[in-house]
Design a protein around this ligand. Structure first.
Ligand SMILES: [Zn+2]
Length: 139
């Protein structure tokens, strides 16, 4: 059985990282490094990495860190990739967590798969298999 408290604890610090980032007290690179570290931190207690970013993963892109607008923007969780591809993309220095806006989904997947339509194909597949999953929530 996994530990949920450590995910909640790390998520509270992720919220602080974003508070500082939004106040221009942290660079994007520093914020991403801290968030990746907080996500990894859940593994000290058999936690779930997605829980460390639960408060932001449906409303902020994990790469450009932009706050998305419900009903206007979409956000794509990269869980539909093979676990090998998912892990390689998670390891990228510029990806804090695997929920990306349309532009970042396209940019990251097109580059990774060397296919200028890879992001679009992934988004179409996700929209078809689970249309509600890419809906943005209020920040
Ligand atoms: Zn983005």
């Amino acid at each position: 059985m996994s530990c949920h408290q450590i995910g909640e604890a790390m998520n509270s610090v992720v919220n602080t990282v974003f508070k500082l980032y939004d106040a221009n007290e942290l660079s994007k690179k520093t914020a991403i490094t801290l968030i990746k570290s907080l996500k990894n931190g859940v593994n000290y207690c058999d936690g779930n990495e997605y829980e460390a970013v639960e408060s932001v993963s449906k409303c902020r892109c994990g790469r450009c860190l932009k706050i998305l607008k419900p009903g206007v923007d979409r956000i794509y969780y990269l869980v539909g990739l093979s676990s090998n591809d998912f892990l390689k993309i998670s390891d990228r220095e510029d990806v804090a967590y695997e929920n990306l806006c349309v532009e970042c989904t396209d940019s990251v997947l097109n580059e990774y798969f060397h296919d200028e339509n890879a992001g679009q194909k992934y988004r179409d597949m996700r929209d078809e298999s689970d249309p509600g999953d890419s809906e943005v929530e209020e920040y």
